[in-house]
Design a protein around this ligand. Sequence first.
Ligand code: FAD
Length: 292
Amino acid sequence: MKISDIFQTKKTVFSLEVFPPKKTSKIDTIYDTIERLSDLNPDFISVTYGAGGTGTGSLTAKIASDLKNIYHIEPLAHLTAIHTTRQQATDILTELRENGIENVLALRGDLHPDLPIPGDFKYASDLTKFIADFGGFDICGACYPEGHPESEDVISDVTNTRPKVDAGATHLISQLFFDNNDFYAFQDRAKLAGINVPIEAGIMPVINKAQIERMVSTCGASLPRKFAHMVSRYENDPEALFDAGIAYAVDQIIDLIASGVDGIHLYTMNNPRVAHLIYTRIRKVLEASNKA
Ligand code: FAD
């Protein structure tokens, strides 16, 4: 099923993200995770592509295919462009198509100093156009409520997001953020920039201190006062920080759903326990939104 069709039938889409296990881990670990995530009845699950230079790109197609054919969950396969040639993209899209996968998240990808840059794709919009010309896929793009770290400012960032939609993206998923006002301001800017596709809010539950430090250094998310207070108050009490982190994510999600967000995309970090704890607390709100 194409994800754009899901947006036609649901007021608030609920989706999850998983990543392939590292090369040194057993592939089976991801299937335990998916098995448990399937209880949450997600509208789709996205599978990252070689994130962080882990070289797990080939697993993305396999996991996406198994999601579809074994677990009967709609997959969204991520694909990055900057270190990929047109021939490689063709091979991957062919494999995805042969496995019945209908949805691709087209990304530029992060720049890895050790990897060559073939120059076939400069921006995500170039890959989006390539996939649209290839045909047969619904295409999704990434967006950044606080602006992409390489962007000069939030205005040029949203202006640079528009070409993805013009090239064929029918839906956007946001980077994680901790202040919903950043997301609402982005929605307003996107509308002004003529972006009229559904935008899912990316939510990352933070449950330990190391994760918070990593998030801030890799994606530059700012920490609102409420969040910073939570971290400084509970950083030396892992159980309290875990509970507070879950509550914070739940609070963000309920506010977003009540405000009419198109969808919630939960970055699960392959942690089904956390995803379950959150889902249990938002299920009724999600159901009520989709009944209304
Ligand atoms: P782009 O949209 O190309 O933007 C990159 C930069 O270029 C931005 O600063 C943008 O403003 C600028 N830009 C874009 N177009 C133009 C233009 N025409 N002229 C001038 N400037 C322009 N990374 C992975 O490696 N694997 C994954 O699986 C993965 N999944 C992700 C999922 C989501 C939902 C998100 C939000 C990010 C994900 N990332 C992943 C990270 C992503 O690859 C990085 O954030 C990357 O640096 C930018 O990718 P993009 O597709 O947003 O790039």
